[in-house]
Design a binder for this molecule. Structure first.
Ligand code: S3P
Length: 448
């Protein structure tokens, strides 16, 4: 659980060149799924490289509350003794998912087609986020949900005793909603079909196939039509979690804007549903070499050699790229401030319902740092000030959002004056070693 403790102000000052290797922790999306799918398999799933961030630890605790045996054997090495599809037992207490939208939405989907009642809550950030996008499709299975106004947590979900399979076209590009429907479909008889117009991260589909589900993806003019056969027996797996490309974005972008930097970021996912930031940076003129392409933990990966890039240019980011870089717009907007010319990010209104309203949080923080910003409901435009051009000298409000905190600490590494964040404590949700890793490369980040 994050956001329940005291705020931890943090400060980042201009630093010398970054050097060395930035080995970032395991992928958050895959870590949540390894625990949840492991809990639905019969027998022992072994996991290495699990992200031990607070979001994932909250999901581990939730899986125990539903009856799975979840054990940590060493750093990143875990096992899950699953109870089988439909084998969850009713939790004795409220399920607290802390800061994690992925955790709560996937777990709601997982219990939605089993006859039981569970009540979910989270921190102040999660309690503001919309759950209707998940409970609406779950109601088609026969699930009922009773939450606060606007479909907010805390929320009680009554699983369907006699679920029916569902055919659902996603109204928003969301891997969380897609995954919640697929997870619910596991314990419904017959075929559950999810249609997504714009492809989103496909870890659930890949991993469900790995765990033995019968799942088929057809690419049609409607988009991706994903068909899942209900009531499979899931087989336990050995899951090697690859590194998180969304965490790798922070040292990568820091090296691009800090003069003289030259770092390596090993094992960054090249999965086409996750690599939009890296394509965008290349278009801006970033010096990134993709070395040693290979497969790790079922994902295509490469080692990135990243060098300071003093001549990056602003670009128009194609809106259809948004799902493949949805978590990377905050750090991209920092890089854009150090490029020359305008970077135009359209089709980004989903950023308003993340851990914070990320368009608003980035716009206000960057303006306070002396950057010219234009924004509307669905657009963020950053007027670049060139390498070394950002004045800084401000305190950014992070609104319990780890990515806002890390983005402004990276900005402080190359701005003329220090940048502070009001609260860096949420960083533990996704990247618990951020401060040590960045300072190890040469950053000057300290507690306030
Ligand atoms: C995630 C999906 C995305 C992303 C989040 C992780 C997932 O959310 O922002 O950090 O693991 O499925 P949406 O489904 O809301 O786009």
């Amino acid at each position: 659980m994050s956001g329940h403790g005291d705020a931890q102000p943090m400060i980042s000052a201009k630093c010398g060149p970054l050097r060395g290797e930035a080995a970032v922790p395991g992928d958050k999306s895959i870590s949540h799924r390894a625990l949840i799918f492991g809990a639905m398999a019969v027998g022992e799933t072994k996991i290495s490289g699990l992200l031990e961030g607070q979001d994932v630890l909250d999901t581990a605790r939730a899986m125990r509350a539903f009856g799975a045996t979840v054990t940590q054997h060493g750093p990143g090495t875990w096992s899950v003794h699953g109870v089988g599809v439909g084998g969850f037992s009713e939790p004795a207490d409220v399920i607290d998912c802390g800061n994690s939208g992925t955790g709560v939405r996937l777990i709601m989907g997982t219990m939605a087609t089993t006859a039981m009642t569970a009540t979910f809550t989270g921190d102040a950030s999660l309690c503001k986020r919309p759950m209707g996008r998940v409970t609406d499709p779950l109601s088609l299975f026969g699930t009922q949900a009773y939450g606060r106004k606007g479909g907010r947590l805390p929320m009680t979900v009554v699983g369907a005793a006699n679920p029916v399979p569902v055919r659902y076209a996603l109204p928003v590009a969301s891997a969380q909603v897609k995954s919640a429907v697929l997870l619910a479909g596991l314990n419904a008889p017959g075929e559950t079909v999810v249609i997504e117009r714009e492809p989103t991260r496909d870890h659930s589909e890949r991993m469900l196939v790995g765990f033995g589900a019968r799942l088929n993806v057809e690419r049609t003019t409607e988009g991706h039509v994903i068909t899942l056969q209900g009531r499979p027996e899931l087989r336990p797996q050995t899951v090697a979690v690859p590194r998180d490309p969304s965490s790798a974005a922070f040292p990568t972008c820091a090296a691009l804007i800090v003069e003289g930097s030259d770092i390596t970021v090993p094992g960054v996912s090249q999965n086409l549903t996750r690599n939009g930031l890296y394509i965008t940076l290349a278009e801006m003129g970033a010096e990134i070499e993709f070395q040693n392409p290979r497969e790790e933990g079922g994902e295509p990966v490469a080692d990135l050699r990243v060098r300071f890039s003093g001549n990056m240019k602003g670009i128009e980011v194609p809106p259809e790229r948004a799902p493949s870089m949805i978590d990377e717009y905050p750090i991209l907007s920092v890089v854009a401030a150090f490029a020359t010319g305008k970077t135009v990010m359209r089709g980004v209104k989903e950023l308003r319902v993340k851990e914070s309203d990320r368009i608003d949080a980035m716009a206000r923080g960057l303006v306070a740092c002396g950057v010219t910003i234009e924004e509307d409901e669905d657009t963020l435009i950053v007027h670049g000030m060139g390498a070394g051009g950002m004045p800084g000298g401000a305190v950014a409000q992070t609104h319990l959002d780890h990515r806002i905190a890390m983005s402004f600490l990276v900005a402080g590494m190359a701005s003329q004056r220090e940048i502070s964040v009001d609260d860096g404590s949420p960083i533990v949700t996704s990247f618990p070693i951020f401060e040590g890793l960045m300072n190890g490369l040469g950053a000057a980040i300290r507690r306030g």
